[in-house]
Design a protein around this ligand. Structure first.
Ligand SMILES: Nc1nc2c(ncn2[C@@H]2O[C@H](COP(=O)(O)OP(=O)(O)OP(=O)(O)O)[C@@H](O)[C@H]2O)c(=O)[nH]1
Ligand SMILES: [Zn+2]
Length: 193
């Protein structure tokens, strides 16, 4: 994958293994630095992508009501500890004047672009909202992320199951009625809740 310096990651992982007291040349670990480098190239692929790269397609359907995609699985990496945080993203928008909408899958691809970077949940939440506002020029956007941070579960304060909820609202979703309509669709109802 372009842009990620895999040999450098490989060398660094070998150093980490040595630093924790492991033997990086033992059977089970011999290929680990190269595996981690390939894995990081995937996990951090968003470093070398822009929202515009995945949001090329938009249609004019004349639809000017809310579109909401709920329960998009998200995996990202905490920039403080480089361990995962993961959960669900919910993305809604109200198409703009000409009713420009995007393919539903593009919303999930947009989440990936920003999730596959060293992140904090707040920034992920606002970056997705701001990219949608910029690219689709809709009347409003809402993004909600519900995530568990493994840095809080497997180490540190050790509170598995604690969920962090962040939201960003832009445009018409700043109004109480639009916002609460979206939030009730996200948090309630539906077949999966
Ligand atoms: N606001 C925010 N904080 C985060 C996120 N991910 C991790 N953190 C927090 O970042 C903080 C880093 O705090 P530090 O005191 O520098 O690090 P630490 O000593 O490892 O802290 P502990 O995790 O409490 O052991 C911790 O409180 C984490 O819970 C995130 O996405 N958003
Ligand atoms: Zn963390």
């Amino acid at each position: 994958m372009s842009g990620i310096d895999q040999p450098r990651i490989e060398a660094a992982v070998r150093e980490i293994l040595l630093a924790v007291g492991e033997d990086p040349d033992r059977d089970g670990l011999r290929d680990t630095p190269a595996r981690v480098a390939r894995s990081y190239a995937e996990i951090f692929a968003g470093m070398h992508q822009e929202a515009e790269d995945v949001m090329g397609v938009s249609f004019d359907l004349g639809h000017d009501e809310m579109v909401l995609v709920r329960d998009i699985p998200v995996y990202s990496t905490c920039e403080h500890h480089l361990v995962p945080f993961h959960g669900m993203a919910h993305i809604g928008y109200i198409p703009g004047g000409e009713g420009r909408v995007t393919g539903l899958s593009k919303l999930a691809r947009l989440v990936e672009v920003y999730a596959r970077r060293p992140q904090v949940q707040e920034r992920l939440t606002t970056q997705v909202a701001d990219a949608l506002m910029r690219i689709l020029e809709p009347l409003g956007v809402i993004t909600v992320f519900e995530c568990e941070h493994l840095c809080m579960s497997m180490r540190g304060v050790q509170k598995p199951g604690a969920t962090t909820i962040t939201s960003a609202v832009r445009g018409q979703f700043r109004e109480a009625t639009s916002r609460s309509e979206a939030m009730s669709l996200i948090m309630g109802g539906g077949h999966s809740r």
